[in-house]
Design a protein. Structure first.
Length: 609
């Protein structure tokens, strides 16, 4: 069985200031059978989902978890959690006979288990009323008994966990709990082989302090015997001449032996936090995969990346993603992990809502899924953690947009906006992951910045009087002619609305009004002079004096313009000017007329400015 759905009403971030309505949960989230990775910005609701599950199921490590005042949304006096479990086999189902529901008929009938946690508090006071975990098919449910609840506990790894304290020997250590639940030790007491091994160990300890080995042969080290003799003098004076001391390791019961065990990595001295963390997770996976267990196999891990190097994060997530018989729900802030996880396992949390990224939820088709998963590197994975996204087609835009934003008085980093260079025009491979097949749209503004790509100049072959190509040194000669302005404007006017019409829900397209980014910069009232200065400094062998526009067009058509270098130096110039309050370069964020207004609008949209 696995947790297939969670519904929340007025729990933490998931609530609304309206009447409590059971037909309208504040979160209705489907989960996959294997791995589920909750991602998103800070305070987006990831931990609230984990805590709701823990509060309802409790944990194998006996964490103290109770409903508190902070669990209620705002001033609400009631919150509710529902967990739906499906795919129960017969051995699992028999543990919950009195609480099961059924879907389908005959051979197609499938049982399910719905847990209900409904908590209330008195209005205007600090009192949270007593509550029970219930289960059933109706809205009230029937109280779940302790035996049934034992089959529904989760395994929880807290954020910034202290793996070292979990693995060292101590009373009720997590390691001893895991071992006691394994078939190697479960249900076994004084007849276990470890008891006999422990007895031999105790005998060896006792003999050492007598100056002998286990065969009663004298040993070379008699300091232990001397120590015992000194103590015996005092004991005999306190008690009786026949009394003597004995050194042993106390409590030879199996539970106590297991509590003395420590897990470490062979050959590694003083392992670091990362190694200990992987050891700890290994032991918990052992627990989740234990044989002959007919209960829930659910692991909750917060901040999986804690104490792990990025490369180790990749290794761990690959192992977790390959698990077949257990369900895992993780939270992470790591783009490294997000880039490695299949999209169907990702759930983006945003402003009190959660959006699964599986193909049944988004408008990304199967070919686009294959593409995005293949090219979703660490940098591009940032788009899932951003408050806003700007998608661009090249390096020039990616480099320049943050600097233009600063000149507008907008810090994209502070606003949580990520600029992603996709390197081509295949925007749908990225935008469609943010579009939903049904339900509420994602509240993540996605701005797509693209060129109109209507050239102002054309490259014509030079012909002689007979209509044959003119050649110089064996090469065809070309001339660059300006296209009729009316023709260019007509084509531009027709093309821009076509591109902008691809906007949908939270995805908006912003189109350069003139040919390319560089051509728009050339004709910008605020950036033209700076742009020209940078271009002339980079392309020193070009004649820019006679006709700058034509020379720029030639380089654009011949693909000889050093776009990335120009963008870098122009951005650097703007950043320096940004620190100088007397700079003449200013960008009005409300300017609708400038040829870079499409960049201005994209920045404002993505940053909610």
């Amino acid at each position: 069985m696995y947790l297939a759905n969670i519904k929340l009403w007025n729990f933490r971030k998931y609530g609304k200031p309206t009447d409590f309505n059971l037909d309208s949960p504040d979160l209705d989230l489907n989960l996959t059978k294997g791995l589920n990775v909750l991602i998103g910005e800070n305070d987006s609701g990831k931990s609230a989902i984990i805590d709701a599950i823990k509060l309802t199921l409790k944990t194998h490590s006996f964490d103290w978890i109770r409903a508190e005042q902070d669990d209620f949304f705002g001033n609400s006096s009631r919150f509710r959690i529902e967990l739906m479990f499906i795919d129960l086999n017969l051995q699992e189902a028999k543990n919950f006979i009195d609480w099961l529901g059924w879907t389908g008929e005959g051979e197609d009938a499938q049982c399910f288990l719905r847990l209900i946690l409904d908590v209330k508090r008195s209005a205007g006071s600090e009192q949270v009323f007593p509550y029970d975990i219930k289960a059933g098919v109706d809205t009230e449910g029937v109280t779940l008994n302790a035996e049934a609840r034992d089959y529904l506990k989760s395994t929880y790894l807290r954020p910034l966990r202290d793996a070292e304290s979990e693995l060292v020997p101590k009373k009720n250590s997590r390691l001893s709990q895991i071992l006691q639940g394994h078939d190697a030790f479960k249900g076994k007491k004084d007849d276990h082989l470890l008891i006999e091994i422990f007895k031999h160990f105790n005998t060896s300890i006792e003999k050492y302090f007598e100056g002998k080995d286990t065969d009663d042969v004298a040993i070379g080290d008699l300091k232990g015997q001397d120590l015992k003799n000194e103590i015996d003098k005092y004991i005999q004076s306190f008690y009786h001449p026949d009394r003597e001391s004995v050194f042993t390791v106390n409590d030879g019961k199996l539970k106590n032996i297991l509590e003395r065990l420590e897990l470490s990595l062979k050959g590694v001295i003083n392992p670091g936090l990362g190694t200990l963390n992987k050891l700890f997770m290994s032991s918990e996976l052992l627990h989740l995969n234990k044989p002959n267990w007919n209960g829930l196999r659910l692991g909750l891990i917060e901040e999986l990346e804690a104490h792990l190097h990025p490369q180790a994060q990749m290794q761990v997530i690959e192992v977790l993603q390959a698990q077949k018989d257990i369900q895992l729900i993780l939270t992470t802030h790591s783009p490294n992990l997000a880039s490695k996880v299949k999209l169907k396992h990702l759930i983006v949390c945003k402003d009190g809502a959660a959006f699964p990224m599986g193909s049944e939820y988004t408008k990304l088709d199967q070919k686009e899924y294959v593409f995005l998963e293949k090219f979703l590197d660490t940098t591009k994975a940032n788009l899932f953690f951003a408050k806003g996204v700007i998608l661009v087609e090249g390096w020039a835009e990616e480099i320049l947009i943050p600097s233009i934003a600063k000149k507008m008085g907008i810090d994209l980093t502070e606003k949580g906006v990520t600029v992603i260079n996709i390197g081509n025009l295949g925007f749908s491979n990225y935008t469609n992951i943010f579009l939903r097949q049904s339900g509420s749209p994602m509240n993540i503004p996605v701005a797509v910045v693209t060129d109109v790509d209507v050239p102002r100049y054309q490259k014509d072959l030079v012909l002689d009087g007979d209509g044959k190509p003119v050649k110089v040194a064996g090469k065809n000669q070309y001339e660059f002619a300006k296209i009729d302005t009316a023709t260019v404007e007509a084509e531009t006017i027709a093309k821009i609305p076509t591109i902008e019409a691809r906007s949908e829900e939270n995805v908006k397209f912003f189109v350069a009004p003139q040919w390319t980014l560089e051509y728009s910069l050339l004709n910008s009232s605020c950036l033209s002079d700076s742009f020209k200065m940078v271009v002339e400094a980079i392309h020193t062998g070009t004649n820019w004096t006679d006709d700058f526009e034509k020379s720029l067009a030639e380089k654009l058509i011949n693909k000889g313009l050093k776009k990335t270098e120009i963008a870098y130096k122009l951005a650097n110039l703007l950043d320096k000017n940004f620190q100088n309050t007397t700079s003449l370069v200013t960008i009005n964020k409300d300017d609708e007329a400038d040829t870079i207004s499409y960049l201005i609008k994209a920045i404002r949209y993505a940053s909610n400015s």
